[in-house]
Design a protein around this ligand. Structure first.
Ligand SMILES: Nc1ncnc2c1ncn2[C@@H]1O[C@H](COP(=O)(O)OP(=O)(O)O)[C@@H](O)[C@H]1O
Ligand SMILES: [Mg+2]
Length: 424
């Protein structure tokens, strides 16, 4: 059967065939309810990509993101040992990948698939472990970040502090002083330094309050978790960052986590890439102790990389978008509002999987990338799509092709969607 592989160049296809690809779904032919499914649609997972997953609420974005994670996990060992997958989970829904999708056993069997559990490791913030236990939310390990990895600019963005205000100046001074005196420190150490610096009382109190709040987020420790325990070869890591209340500026804390992780992974990959090149020149394969090629899958991505304004994660994520291909990092950005996602991220997507969109702004955001190879306008394409869940358009910028597809069902349990008050 003729297989469609999106994101793979003809040269790679000639050399590797379907090796290092995953099945996303099947191609639709025809329109609306007369549409029928034909060939499998595969996606290249062996090369770095920037993938956008769009669609309005409840159309299957988080589900699709999970399919990509499953396919990464299903790659044969010889490929997956070079790869890591990190899911940024702001909704706390991906822990359920540990459970087989018994709910859709019949549907899966029509696709020749079986309910399957996946060995994901779920990490939760160190200071929230008790909360997770008390609420019976399963997790495997905790993670923490080192405050010393943040410069004053990152703290300012996180706290929403303007650099040239009294408090901004005090912040800068504090970080400078502490970095000069302590190789590693925790939030309490920062607070002690603020107390010692001479500055207006209001600014001091304001800054101390903010750092006390940061302490309560439960994501900091002076030692921190090594990035090697987060991006692990052959493993899917779910970072559950769902439990930050709105009161403590939930999204700015989540952005901080993403910022630090994204920056670290990219730095380590750049170092490892150099070693790999050296190795290649000497004729060897991959050596040991290299940072794996890493996929980062981010749900609700517009919160971290908005088009309007900056978060502390904006800089590091834009780095991935701009230079990630060379060191071999891949980004999957899922959002219900593509027009709210940074336009550079949208324009750099080489693959877009979009479920139905209706708002004009969102459709326009898409139109900017796909115009050149479209037969119809985007609203017509969406109109042709069958109404079933999981229907989507896939745009492949590499081959300049557009496909109408039905995403495959999940093999592992999908904890998203909307609950219903009726007991089956
Ligand atoms: N390909 C699919 N096949 C079957 N059901 C799907 C598919 N994609 C999504 N669904 C169902 O649709 C609902 C919404 O999906 P979800 O991914 O949570 O939406 P959102 O776009 O809001 O992230 C879920 O109940 C999910 O199980
Ligand atoms: Mg979702």
């Amino acid at each position: 059967m003729h297989e469609i592989i999106i994101g793979r160049s003809p040269e790679d296809f000639k050399k590797y065939g379907t090796k290092g690809t995953g099945v996303m779904g099947k191609h639709f032919v025809g329109e609306k309810k007369d549409a029928y499914l034909t060939n499998p649609v595969r996606i290249d997972l062996a090369r770095p990509h920037i993938i956008g997953i769009f669609g309005k609420r409840g159309t299957g974005k988080s589900h699709t993101l999970g399919v990509i994670a499953e396919e990464l996990a299903l790659l044969p060992d010889e490929i997956s040992t070079n790869m890591a997958c990190v899911i940024i989970d702001p909704m706390g829904i991906y822990w359920s990948m540990k459970n087989p999708n018994e709910r859709d056993r019949n549907l899966l069997s029509k696709w020749g698939l079986k309910p399957t559990s996946f060995k994901v490791q779920v990490l939760v913030p160190e200071g929230q472990a008790k909360h997770f236990r008390e609420n019976e939310i399963p997790y495997d390990k905790t993670f923490a970040m080192r405050p010393s990895e943040l410069d004053s600019g990152a703290w300012a963005l996180t706290f929403g502090i303007e650099p040239d205000t009294e408090i901004g100046i005090l912040l800068e001074k504090t970080i400078k002083v502490i970095n000069a005196h302590m190789p590693s420190y925790d939030i309490q150490d920062i607070i002690e330094i603020i107390k010692k610096i001479e500055a207006p009382h209001v600014a001091k109190q304001g800054l101390i309050n903010r750092f006390s709040l940061a302490h309560d987020w439960g994501i900091f420790s002076s030692t921190g978790t090594s990035i090697r325990d987060i991006a692990v070869p052959g493993k899917i890591t779910v970072l559950d960052i769902s439990q930050f209340g709105l009161a403590s500026g939930g999204w700015s804390v989540r952005s901080l986590v993403v910022a630090l992780i994204a920056r670290k992974i990219l730095e380590e990959r750049i170092k490892s890439r150099r070693l790999e090149e050296l190795h290649d020149m000497e004729g060897g394969g991959f050596g040991t102790n290299y940072m794996p090629f890493t996929w980062m899958l981010i749900d609700e991505a517009h919160q971290f990389l908005p088009n309007d304004g900056l978060t502390v994660a904006s800089g590091p994520l834009l780095q991935w978008v701009k230079i990630g291909r060379e060191p071999g990092v891949s980004l999957v950005l899922a959002t219900q509002m593509p027009y709210k996602l940074h336009n550079e991220a949208i324009s750099q997507c080489d693959l877009v999987i979009t479920h139905r969109l209706t708002s004009r702004n969102d459709i326009e955001a898409l139109a900017n990338i796909m115009q050149s190879y479209m037969r119809y306008g985007i609203p017509e394409y969406f109109d042709r799509l069958p109404r079933e869940k999981g229907s989507a358009l896939i745009l492949d910028d590499n081959s300049e092709r557009l496909y109408e597809i039905r995403m495959r069902p999940r093999m592992s349990w999908h904890a998203g969607g909307s609950p219903i008050a009726i007991n089956d």
